[in-house]
Design a protein around this ligand. Structure first.
Ligand SMILES: NC(=O)c1ccc[n+]([C@@H]2O[C@H](COP(=O)([O-])OP(=O)(O)OC[C@H]3O[C@@H](n4cnc5c(N)ncnc54)[C@H](OP(=O)(O)O)[C@@H]3O)[C@@H](O)[C@H]2O)c1
Length: 329
């Protein structure tokens, strides 16, 4: 593809606003030794994409501008680096691109082989592209942090999932129900039936008094909370936790980090566990397999053409998606 150009949408500096997105014609990237070049079929957005552009991880990310945002992609392999063994030209795949380089809002992107997995025909490009950040975060929170066994073999665990209608939350509810769990979930009034349809046993409208207090309708205390919303203090979680209950916080702020340290230092039985998702290929393969088998579904909030990625970007910033936002070249 050397010498070819493609359409891409990029930022030339920090800001992250829709108005800062620039359409550009740029060279198609070339794969290095352990990389593959993908002709993209779908990209899903995550809040971290616009948070990075706003400068939340400055100066670590992004490493340089101009920067094409977007890490979660599905596409067809059109070129492979000399060290690549597990996929070949013509394979349909799902990949997670590095946050350091981005690249998803474009017609082509380069992915590391180590985070690229084959996409079977039963999994659409949009369903696959939706999985990496949101699916892997839900999976890590439930399995590694909360210790839930997704083959159903563990002891019964009472789980609370906040923002269950969002990208991470809608996967978390479904994955939790593969384990031996009772799931209470929070979402807005318009999504209560939707979240029940994902398998939640009890659903709280987050704007009602019981929703604000996180009171389980059946009076259950939570062994694990997968906290995907923002702005809920420890003092709200604490009385709702079982004796050794844990809050797995995927949106920790400075106060949450302080609580984490304090609970650790005082050897508190109730803990707050901040989570940063570490992507693993075998877990992405597992999630793609679940979608193939019909055990996990991706709910698509909306699809947007690359030529109008501004609408997708703005929808993600609004924070009211039900499921995942997809951009298609
Ligand atoms: N730590 C990590 O590694 C990691 C990984 C992935 C994501 N995250 C973070 O996790 C958060 C969730 O990500 P996401 O992709 O799921 O976001 P998202 O898809 O944008 O979430 C949107 C959904 O959240 C619901 N919601 C918002 N506030 C709520 C509240 N207080 N209670 C209940 N529901 C609420 C909204 O419902 P309404 O429309 O009804 O308000 C909407 O359906 C983001 O802050 C993201 O940056 C962290």
């Amino acid at each position: 593809m050397a010498g070819k150009v493609m359409q891409a949408i990029r930022f030339e500096g920090y800001g992250g606003r829709v108005a800062d997105l620039k359409h550009a014609e740029v060279p198609v990237p070339g794969p290095k030794k352990d990389e593959v070049l993908l002709k993209l079929e779908a990209t899903s957005l995550n809040p971290v994409d616009w948070k990075i552009m706003k400068g939340v991880l400055r100066p670590i990310l992004p490493r340089k501008f101009p920067y094409i945002p977007g890490t979660d992609v599905a596409g067809e392999v059109v070129e492979v680096g000399p060290g690549v063994k597990s996929v070949g030209v013509g394979d349909k795949v799902v990949a997670m691109l590095s946050h350091a380089t981005g690249g998803g809002l474009a017609e082509f992107a380069v992915a590391q082989e180590s985070l690229t997995v084959k996409r079977p025909p039963e999994v659409s490009a949009a369903e696959g592209a939706a999985l990496p950040v949101a699916g892997l975060t839900a999976h890590q929170a439930l399995t590694k942090s909360a210790g839930i066994k997704l083959d159903g073999s563990g002891k019964t665990t009472n789980v609370l999932i906040t923002a269950a209608s969002g990208g991470v939350g809608h996967y978390a509810v479904q994955l939790a129900k593969l384990g031996n769990t009772h799931v209470t979930a929070t979402c807005g009034a318009r999504n209560i039936d939707f979240v029940k349809s994902l398998g939640a046993d009890e659903v709280l409208d987050y704007k009602t008094p019981d929703g604000v207090a996180l009171n389980s309708p059946s009076g259950k205390k939570y062994d694990a909370v997968i906290h995907c919303a923002t702005g809920i203090p420890w003092s709200t979680f604490e009385p709702n936790l079982s004796e050794r209950g844990k809050v797995i916080d995927i949106t920790p702020n400075a106060t949450a980090m302080l609580t984490f340290a304090l609970k650790k230092l005082t050897l508190s039985k109730k803990q707050l566990v901040p989570l940063l998702m570490i992507p693993k290929r075998e877990n992405l393969e597992y999630l793609v397999g679940l979608v193939k088998e019909g055990k996990l579904k991706t709910v698509v909030d909306s699809k947007h053409p690359l030529s109008n990625a501004e609408d997708a970007w703005s929808k993600s910033i609004d924070g009211h998606a039900t499921g995942k936002i997809i951009v298609e070249p």
